[in-house]
Design a protein around this ligand. Structure first.
Ligand SMILES: [Zn+2]
Length: 346
């Protein structure tokens, strides 16, 4: 992967000198502190900002760099086996704002000037509220779906179409497996399809659902169902819904759901916009329910933040920066940061 180096220095609104450096990761320096933004591994900065608890954003601290993360992120990371010890959720010169991506996800505004979105959603979905963004001078924004072909359907339309599919399957006594990332998407699916029963959870989803319930999110509590004795229950109680991690239809778990119980598999991901997604992933249906902004929402976000400089990261960073330039923004991609792809699961 080509390593790009970028360094820019700006003046904050209060006249402080701030530099944004990119050498594989992103570092923001103010006169009083340095902050690494979502570093993939322990950093030498004074602080490391952990925007949310998806696996590609969390790392175990080495004690040199203090962590900045929301309390929910610390709790969810712990449930995934990561101890973000010593993390603080506030710091002088820094504002954390909701990123609307998953429970506890935050964006960071440094010295009222540099705004880093992390993974971001402007759209309300179930118990998750979208965030409009923040006015800033320099915007560092995620552009996972920064290509015009990624425009997502309304959540209500997706839910009503899937409810019809489930009803049709249940009429034929066919169980349904709903798949999504175990943290974030799976809890949203649990919430959106809460009127069906019985519902079982894959063990990894169960762990994350329980952590959400402990944090006060109102989703129904369901049993997990792995191998062994529960399997006979699945045979007796057909039809049912199983909520499972996003994985290929060729995975062992999904295969067993199909072969043993005749389950129909429905996936939820922004990548479902790709016409061949269902075929490629070996699922029966796929819907574009995403925890990221779509193309139009990214444009809205940039306009709302109204910065004088924009850096784009992840996904279609180069393409989206070109589009922003076409709209009159000074925009540039930060390439070389590891990217989400069609088959990456957080
Ligand atoms: Zn994420």
């Amino acid at each position: 992967m080509r390593e790009q180096r970028t360094e820019t220095t700006i003046r904050s609104r209060s006249g402080k000198k701030i530099s944004v450096t990119h050498r594989g990761g992103i570092l923001v320096r103010t006169p009083s502190q340095s902050i690494a933004l979502d570093p993939r591994r322990a950093s030498k900065a004074d602080y490391s900002f952990v925007s949310h608890a998806h696996i590609d954003h969390i790392h175990s601290p080495d004690g040199k760099s203090k962590l900045i993360a929301s309390n929910e992120t610390v709790t969810l990371a712990k449930a995934r086996g990561y101890d973000l010890k010593g993390a603080v959720d506030s710091l002088a010169g820094v504002d954390l704002t909701d990123a609307g991506h998953i429970l506890g996800s935050r964006a960071i505004l440094v010295e009222d000037s540099v705004f880093y979105t992390g993974d971001f959603s402007t759209r309300d979905r179930g118990f998750l509220k979208g965030s409009p963004g923040t006015k800033c001078d320099t915007l560092i924004m995620e552009t996972t779906y920064g290509h015009p072909r990624y425009v997502f359907k309304d959540t209500e339309k997706i839910v009503s179409r899937v409810n019809r599919l489930i009803a049709d399957c249940f009429d034929r006594c066919r169980p349904v497996v709903l798949t999504g990332y175990p943290l974030g998407k799976a809890q949203l699916i649990t919430h959106l399809f809460r009127n069906w029963e019985p519902v079982y959870l894959h063990e990894s989803v169960h762990r994350m659902n329980e952590a959400h319930i402990d944090l006060g999110i109102e989703i129904p509590r369901h049993d997990f169902c792995g191998s062994g004795s529960k399997q006979s229950l699945l045979l007796q109680r057909r039809p049912w819904i199983m909520i499972s991690p996003a994985s290929s239809g060729r995975s062992q778990f999904i295969k067993s759901m199909r072969e043993n119980y005749g389950a129909v598999v429905i996936a939820f991901t922004g990548w479902a916009v790709e016409p061949r997604y269902s075929y490629m992933m070996g699922v029966d249906y796929a819907f574009d329910l995403s925890d990221h902004c779509d193309f139009n929402e990214l444009v809205q976000l940039a306009k709302y933040c109204d910065p004088s400089k924009i850096y784009t990261v992840h996904g279609f960073a180069a393409e989206f920066a070109e589009h922003l330039k076409f709209l009159g923004f000074d925009a540039e991609p930060l390439e070389g940061i590891e990217q989400n792809t069609l088959t990456s699961y957080a």
